[in-house]
Design a protein around this ligand. Structure first.
Ligand code: ATP
Length: 432
């Protein structure tokens, strides 16, 4: 697999990812997404939403506020329990997560490390004009709590019956002690979370169901089976709310790392919010004519970790006539651009025709246009950013009203009439 430095340099050079505030030296754990990265992130969100909400009859969406009443985080246990164990080097003063150091020796300078102390990784801020203790609020470290706090609202307005789920995508913030490994461990990231509410007693079954569903989603969009495995998290490593957790692990260049976590959160959150807020968050079950607090299964994944994993898995270097072809074999639905329109040369009659075709395709897909340098170079440039199809407009086009579609992976070419181009490309995308 490609190493992180090579991938990072491609990402930066081609406009997938830039260090945040780079002109000021960057800012640890924060990154920006360029013109290609923003498209790929949108695609990941869209594919998640599609499989979780659009294609199902038992899940609805939500978009809750990032900053919530601080009581939420007291009730959820985050003020008390959302902590990492932090050790500090007595010599160079650098801080590490205890989990990340192998012995009590500083990985940076070899100095002696302090005893571990607890460090809460929630970001604090102040709401309103007074910066006192009473005004402290938190940037959410997970999107899930918004779902629990709105459980009753959604239940009342959507009239869903158990089992049903609420899905949400949004930013989350964690003051990670040691951000890094490119975009693997971030301080600001985006989560895609589903809370799937079920009858107590059916939770084990639903837990297995969601582990399987989510594994298949990653495989469907390009993760190779040998790079994905399931880690059943033992109780001592599980979050405070979890009865069972399975992590989907990806084989990153630095070792196996968590891509997504699926947890059985039981009735922990709704029960806590009922107790602390005084609101009745029970569900009335017509089938059994009884009231209870549902159990919940949560598949939780960031946008950025699959983003990184999809890129790593897609990166290929292949020998070719000119040396090496770098190609991102991204699933077409993930690729930033689906189609590139390339006139064979900059002759005006060709570029005019090519621009006309480009304008016809633009409303249907994300597309790009390139008329600089040799056609071979331009194919390579599109290969490197994962564009699955290039449409070439040549001198023959002006005669026969046909263009050539070149496929990124097989490099085969097909001549198609312009009148059939859109349908042909749509067909290719639909069958990918
Ligand atoms: P880790 O053990 O790697 O810190 P976690 O177990 O704390 O992760 P969860 O709380 O289960 O992570 O979060 C669910 C998902 O959110 C993760 O699987 C990952 O995709 C994403 N995620 C969590 N923390 C980060 C982070 N700091 N940067 C990027 N993505 C993250």
């Amino acid at each position: 697999m490609v190493d992180l430095d090579t991938l990072f340099s491609l990402c930066k050079r081609r406009g997938f990812v830039y260090p945040s505030s780079e002109i000021y030296g960057g800012f640890g754990g924060f990154w920006d997404y360029g013109p290609l990265g923003v498209e790929m992130k949108r695609n990941i969100r869209e594919l998640w939403w599609r499989s979780m909400v659009q294609e199902r009859d038992d899940i609805v969406g939500l978009d809750a506020a990032i900053v919530m009443n601080p009581k939420v985080w007291e009730a959820s246990g985050h003020v008390q329990g959302f902590v990492d164990r932090l050790v500090e080097c007595k010599n160079c003063k650098q801080r590490f997560r205890e989990e990340d150091v192998e012995s009590m020796v500083c990985p940076n300078c070899g100095g002696q490390l302090s005893e571990a102390r607890l460090f809460n990784t929630m970001f604090k801020t102040f709401v309103g004009p007074v910066e006192g203790d009473a005004a402290v609020a938190f940037l959410r470290p997970e999107t899930a709590q918004g779902i629990f706090v709105d459980f009753k609202n959604v239940l009342n307005t959507s009239r869903k019956k158990l089992p049903f789920g609420i899905a949400q995508i949004g930013k989350a913030f964690r003051n990670e002690i040691t951000p890094g490994k490119f975009i693997f461990r971030l301080r600001e990231f985006e989560q895609m979370e589903l809370e799937f509410f079920v009858r107590p007693g059916t939770d084990d079954e639903w837990f297995r169901y969601w582990v399987e569903q989510r594994k298949n989603w990653h495989l469907r969009y390009g993760i190779s089976p040998e790079n994905l495995r399931i880690y059943e998290v033992p109780s001592e490593e599980r979050a405070h709310y979890s009865k069972a957790t399975a992590d989907l692990m990806f084989n990153f260049p630095f070792g196996w790392g968590e891509l997504e976590g699926i947890a059985d959160r039981t009735d922990f959150d709704l029960l806590r919010h009922s107790q602390v807020s005084g609101e009745d968050l029970t569900y009335f079950d017509e089938e059994s004519n009884s009231r209870f607090i549902p159990y919940v299964i949560e598949p939780s994944v960031g946008v950025e970790r699959p983003f990184l994993a999809f890129l790593l898995n897609a990166y290929h270097e292949e020998p070719d006539k000119e040396g090496t072809r770098v190609v991102l074999k991204l699933h077409p639905r993930l690729a930033p651009y689906k189609v590139a329109i390339l006139p064979l040369s900059r002759k005006e009659n060709l570029t005019l025709k090519a621009r006309e075709i480009w304008a016809q395709l633009r409303p249907n897909f994300m597309t790009t246009y390139d008329d600089s340098q040799s056609i071979g170079r331009r194919y390579r440039r599109q290969d490197e950013i994962g564009t699955p199809w290039c449409v070439t407009v040549d001198f023959g086009t002006l005669e026969d009203q046909a263009v050539t579609i070149r496929d990124r992976d097989s490099m085969t070419q097909e001549r198609v009439p312009i009148s059939e181009l859109l349908g042909n490309l749509q067909q290719r995308l639909a069958s990918s």
